[in-house]
Write a protein that binds this ligand. Sequence first.
Ligand SMILES: *[C@@H]1O[C@H](CO)[C@@H](O)[C@H](O)[C@H]1NC(C)=O
Ligand SMILES: *[C@@H]1O[C@H](CO)[C@@H](O)[C@H](O)[C@H]1NC(C)=O
Ligand SMILES: [Zn+2]
Length: 550
Amino acid sequence: MRPSLLALSVSLALVLPARGDRYHPERGARPVAAGGSRAAAPDAAERAADYWYSEAFAAIDERLTEPTYDDVAKNVIMFLGDGLSVPTLAPARTLAGQRAGRTGEEERLSYEHFPVTGLAKTYCVDKQIPDSACTATAYLCGVKNNYGTLGVTAAVPRYDCAASTDAATHLDSIAAWALADGRSAGIVTSTRITHASPAGAYANIANRDWENDGEVRAAGHDPAQCPDIADQLVNSHPGNKFQVILGGGRREFRPNITTDEEGQPGRRWDGRDLVSEWRAQREEAGQWNAYVWNRTELLDAISNPPDYLLGLFEDGHMQYAAEARLAGNDEPTLAEMTEAAIRVLSKNPRGFFLFVESGRIDHAHHDNMPHLALDETLALADAVQRADELLPAASTLLVLTADHSHVMAYNGYSRRGNDILGVSDDIGDDDVPYMTLSYTNGPGYRDHVDGRRADVTSDNTFQAVAWQTHAEVPLESETHGGDDVAVFARGPAQALFTGLYEQSQLPHLMAHAACLGPAAQHRQLCSSASLTSPAAALLLTLVAALFRLQ
Ligand SMILES: *[C@@H]1O[C@H](CO)[C@@H](O)[C@H](O)[C@H]1NC(C)=O
Ligand SMILES: *[C@@H]1O[C@H](CO)[C@@H](O)[C@H](O)[C@H]1NC(C)=O
Ligand SMILES: [Zn+2]
């Protein structure tokens, strides 16, 4: 044995505890966690091997009887959880179960019933750990590019307005591919509609922050050369062809000399009201349209869906679902917006592409607020469930993924059913409790007191919905994580989504499933002129097979 290894083994022997091993020390769980733990007991049936055998056999049967959905997808809905990291998935389902009075860990959310899962690599061309702009370009345009840029290739450095005027750098999104095929397209988000994720569907811009012309001017550029994101949505292809636009962000559309429906000032410097421009364009083209700014109006509009629907429900981001519920105010839920979008887009017999984002999982994580992050994830699960109920799997591909990860950890050795938002059953070696969910960095850092961590359970607002859990490294805003994100798929060509791949493959996989865009050329089935008829597609496959036999 070499000396260094010998020294190591001696030191290991010295630190071995009396019970358990060094890596998994056995220590008594604390009887009742400080925050008032509410541990439901596991179902007694789980004590028998039979329970787990049956559970497995039912899952095998489900997989064996799962249809393969061989037709071309008529509709594609991409659901995005902004910042929905893999470590957010288990706590979110556990919270759902615990809210229903169960232990929670065994719960299954809507998208967790999807038959296929995969993993996507999220780095962008110039950054190890990405933002929502370069990832949106990857998962909507099918090309990786630079951090902070949208819908342009990596030939455009961030903030470089001049470089972005070269049309050769501009990318088309899957929403544009859908429109080019005669299908409808729409976007839904709980953030400003001009925020990075939804903007990936329609903007070509060197900086994600140029949401209104004032931002472009303040950066020293001419909006006539580099139009802002709101202007692109209303006046450029493909945004100006979207049948559904639902989210927040009225301020980006309104002049800074006026206030909006709820008294908030606009941010545009050019004096233009883009909501009026949107309406005027529709009227001029004789298109049946509606603009709505609250939930009541949205639900009214949807009782007889118009052909074009614009809904802007806040001046900035929409409220967190938990806050909107508490306030009992008039904001639609993500599920309601999703249903509204589906009702409008389904009027097109050729089908549609829809992008639905729960955008504030990311904001809650940045603030080290796990309760809100999990609640926003459950709002997304509700939206997926609504779509799943409204659209048959044989014709509609549903894909759910995240743009990037975060640095929340789900840690400790708590008993089954322990409050997912509570303290760990375990305690730090400093005798200070720690939370089951905490972060490696962010604003939740607390100064140490007498060399010990602060006891967060004594905070006045401990465990309030918007309570900030603890973090290791002090940072004004918690950072994204660089780990892979999950992909869940259900519907035509679902099997394509298995495996581990570049995030930029996603729109090509979706487009392949639906015979759209560049990927359609790679699929023999797509050469049929009448894709909307499954029978015609089948006939074409048979004819093609006959030719191969000759
Ligand atoms: C409002 O717009 C004008 C130009 O029309 C600009 O000079 C001014 O700085 C803007 N105000 C704010 C608060 O952005
Ligand atoms: C919703 O919008 C309509 C139309 O502007 C308005 O009449 C109604 O008062 C609004 N409802 C709420 C709750 O703000
Ligand atoms: Zn973020």
